[in-house]
Design a protein around this ligand. Structure first.
Ligand code: F6P
Length: 363
């Protein structure tokens, strides 16, 4: 039976989104099915007037040609478009938060959608679960550079972020060594330390600070001093944006009334300046980790996830998320993925590897 699939990309973008869109479209077309893409999360359905056409894009082998290597998402995305919790502007300019999910369901009916493929992180999987509860079958595809989603060993976008951050560490090494400086590099990752840990090990950082291990700044300073005493008068410190000192809290940047994690790198630098003789400089990689072309590993994972999502629909495995469970891709019930975030386990071999290499983890 012909099926009509709607694809949405939600939350922050990540390298590999376009490869998933291509894989779903090609695998669906091969089965004689149809695909449409919803513009900007669910906004294409909620506010079609804000877009050219009807707020959706017809996805065919032609419209998804040549996109797998590109960053971002051809559909657009938003991390403010939760239809169950939607900020609505009133006539007097004030805003209220309302549940307008019924309009999404109406929109699916209007577009004759049989199944939704929701590509996103924990926020999108939560929304997908609620959409499923309203009677629209859903298959989720796990995306986030943070790798903090349960139900999958890896999310696509993570490898690209780690590769970029590792390259940045190589660059910081040479300038840090030349100037005998301490370079503090802050990376994204929300409340999980996956990016910091993996790039820190791969890029031979001297100190790695993770949200999972509250740090003692004196231990960090002692590591720098130890290196200075061995005539290695430069040090590289990687800090996850969600890291916090023992007994302290995470740091946030504020823009208007929006708070975003960030700034802990500068705080670590300020505290180190009080304790070590080296000049200490910081760099915050921020959204550079999210942009650009996906690595081959992320492209492959995206293609595997996209094709598996279509197989799940064919096999009637609905209201699940596809996930990587080496050597295969499996299906996990949506609610199992969103109960909690996937943190770095303190007893994992990567943590042990960092310790065995002599890396300071701030504890
Ligand atoms: O979840 C991905 C992520 O890049 C996090 O690492 C970061 O904290 C957040 O999104 C930043 O979001 P925004 O694009 O809204 O600043």
């Amino acid at each position: 039976m012909t099926k009509r699939i709607a694809i949405t990309t939600g939350g922050g973008d990540a390298p590999g989104l376009n490869a998933v869109i291509r894989a779903v479209t090609l695998a669906a077309t091969k089965r004689g099915w149809e695909c449409i893409g919803i513009r900007s999360g669910f906004d294409g359905i909620l506010h079609p007037e804000d877009f050219e056409g009807d707020g959706t894009i017809e996805l065919t082998p032609d419209t998804v040609r040549g996109i797998a290597h590109t960053g971002g998402t051809i559909l657009g995305t938003t991390n403010r478009g939760n239809p169950f919790n939607y900020e609505v502007e009133n006539e007097d300019g004030s805003t209220t938060v309302e549940d307008i999910s019924a309009r999404v369901i109406e929109g699916f009916k209007r577009h004759k959608v049989d199944v939704l493929v929701a590509i996103g992180g924990d926020g999108t999987m939560g929304i997908a679960g609620q959409v499923a509860d309203m009677g629209i079958p859903v298959v989720g595809v796990p995306k986030t550079i943070d790798n903090d989603l349960n139900g999958t060993i890896a999310t696509f976008g993570f490898d690209t972020a780690v590769s970029y951050a590792t390259d940045a560490l190589g660059r910081l090494h040479s300038t840090a060594q030349s100037h005998q400086r301490v370079m503090v590099m802050e990376v994204m990752g929300r409340h999980a330390g996956w990016i910091a840990l993996h790039c820190g090990i791969a890029g031979s950082a001297d100190v790695i600070l993770l949200p999972e291990i509250p740090f003692d700044i004196d231990k960090v300073a002692a590591k720098v001093a130890e290196r200075n005493s061995k005539n290695r008068k430069f040090s590289i410190v990687v800090v996850a944006e969600g890291a916090k000192p023992i007994g302290g809290t995470a740091k946030y940047h504020q823009t208007g009334d929006v708070f975003r994690l960030g700034g802990i790198g500068e705080l670590v630098a300020e505290e180190l300046r009080l304790r070590v003789p080296n000049e200490v400089r910081t760099v915050e990689l921020g959204h550079l980790l999210r942009g650009g072309s996906p690595t081959s590993r992320d492209r492959l994972l995206s293609f595997r996830f996209g094709a598996a999502a279509v197989r799940a629909i064919e096999e009637n495995h609905l209201n699940v998320m596809v996930g990587l469970d080496p050597p295969t891709v499996h299906y996990v019930p949506l609610d199992e993925c969103t109960k909690s975030i996937k943190l770095v386990p303190l007893d994992c071999d990567s943590i042990q590897t960092a310790r065995d290499l002599g890396t300071c983890l701030g504890d």
